[in-house]
Design a protein around this ligand. Structure first.
Ligand SMILES: [Zn+2]
Length: 76
């Protein structure tokens, strides 16, 4: 079964994303497995969106990141 990060939705059963927490990926937590601040996560998701959507402005990507996060258990 696919287990996904409660914060960003990345599959955390893939070892490259697995961090110290069982509920969050390594990008969404610090080295102790504590969830990072909401704004940090939002910026990370915005960058990720810009990575696969060419021409997306930073402003648009932040708006989309906000929408995306509404679907995540950690931020809903
Ligand atoms: Zn995550």
């Amino acid at each position: 079964m696919n287990k996904c990060c409660y914060s960003c939705g990345i599959p955390i059963n893939m070892s490259e994303f697995k961090g110290p927490s069982n509920n969050y990926c390594k990008h969404c937590t610090d080295k102790d497995g504590v969830l990072r601040p909401r704004n940090d996560i939002k910026k990370g998701i915005a960058l990720w969106l810009q990575g696969w959507q060419e021409g997306l402005t930073q402003e648009d990507s932040l708006i989309r990141a906000e929408h995306y996060m509404h679907a995540m258990p950690a931020w809903a």
